[in-house]
Design a protein around this ligand. Structure first.
Ligand code: SF4
Ligand code: SF4
Length: 229
C-alpha cells in the first residue's frame, strides 16, 4: 500500500460516499468491547491471510460479507475487501500473494478504522500529564501555535518550548507536575484547534505499551467487557 500514513488514507476514504456509509452498529461495538481489540486484530489477521493473501483468492470480489463481523464492515469501509479494491485503491498488485508486510498494513488500516468507530475520549487529560511524556513540535507546528496564540515565533519558542532530552528537537514545556502547559483545569487543551500532530493522532495512529494503562478510553475497548462503549 503506497498511502502515506493513516491520516492520508482516511482522508481519501472519507471522500468516497460509498466507503463513508459503513458504520459499526451498537451491537457490533458491543462485540468489539466484549472481545477486546487484540482479539479483533487476530480475527482480522486470519481473514486477511485466508481470504485476501493468496495470489488468486477463491470467490474474489465476493469473499467479504456485508455483515456478520466488525472486520468485514471495516474491510468494505477501508477498501480492503477484495483484491480488486486493494488494487484500485492501494495499488496492491493482482495475481501475486500478499507479503507479510502488506498483510500487516491491511490489518493496521482495518483496526484503525474500528478504533475510530469505538473509541470515546473521556476528556480526562491523562494523556496530557504523563510523567516524562514529551510533545515534539516541528517548525510548521510552532508557526501555527504561535499564530493561534497571537505571539511571534521567537517569543513562543523562548517561553513555551525547551530542548528535548535527546537534544534533537524542541518540545512543549511541562509544569512541575508533568502536565503540559496548555492543559486547562477542566482537562481541555488550550490550543486544541492547532495542537501538534502527536496529540492529534493519539490514540488513532500511535500508542505505546503504557497507553492502555493511561487512557481509560482505550482500556474500555481493549480489555473486554468491564465497561461497555
Ligand atoms: S498540546 Fe494540548 S493535547 Fe497536546 S499535550 Fe498539551 S494540552 Fe494535551
Ligand atoms: S487519556 Fe484517553 S480518554 Fe483521557 S483525554 Fe487522553 S485520549 Fe481522552
Amino acid at each position: 500500500m503506497e498511502e502515506k500514513g493513516l491520516s492520508a488514507a482516511f482522508e481519501r476514504l472519507n471522500r468516497s460516499a460509498f466507503r463513508r456509509r459503513f458504520k459499526l452498529s451498537a451491537a457490533m461495538k458491543r462485540y468489539v468491547a466484549e472481545k477486546g481489540l487484540e482479539t479483533i486484530r487476530r480475527h482480522a489477521e486470519d481473514f486477511v491471510r485466508q481470504r485476501l493473501a493468496p495470489a488468486r483468492p477463491p470467490n474474489d470480489g465476493r469473499q467479504t460479507p456485508m455483515k456478520g463481523h466488525p472486520v468485514f464492515l471495516a474491510q468494505h469501509a477501508t477498501a480492503t475487501c477484495c483484491r480488486g479494491c486493494l488494487n484500485r485503491w492501494w495499488h496492491v498488485p493482482l495475481n501475486v500473494p500478499l507479503t507479510a508486510l502488506q498483510q500487516q498494513k491491511i490489518v493496521n488500516l482495518i483496526l484503525a478504522w474500528i478504533l475510530r468507530q469505538v473509541f470515546v475520549c473521556r476528556c480526562c487529560g491523562a494523556c496530557c500529564r504523563i510523567p516524562d511524556g514529551i510533545v515534539r513540535v516541528s517548525e510548521r507546528e510552532i508557526a501555527r501555535i504561535a499564530a493561534f496564540l497571537g505571539e511571534n515565533e521567537e517569543t513562543f519558542i523562548a517561553a513555551e518550548t525547551e530542548l528535548s532530552p535527546d537534544r534533537k528537537s524542541l518540545i512543549l514545556k511541562s509544569r512541575a507536575d508533568g502536565a503540559c502547559v496548555y492543559l486547562t483545569e477542566d482537562n481541555r487543551c488550550r490550543i486544541h484547534p492547532v495542537k501538534p500532530d502527536k496529540c492529534r493522532t493519539f490514540p488513532y495512529e500511535w500508542t505505546n505499551p503504557d497507553s492502555h494503562h493511561i487512557c481509560p478510553g482505550l482500556r474500555v475497548c481493549s480489555t473486554g467487557p468491564d465497561g461497555m462503549i
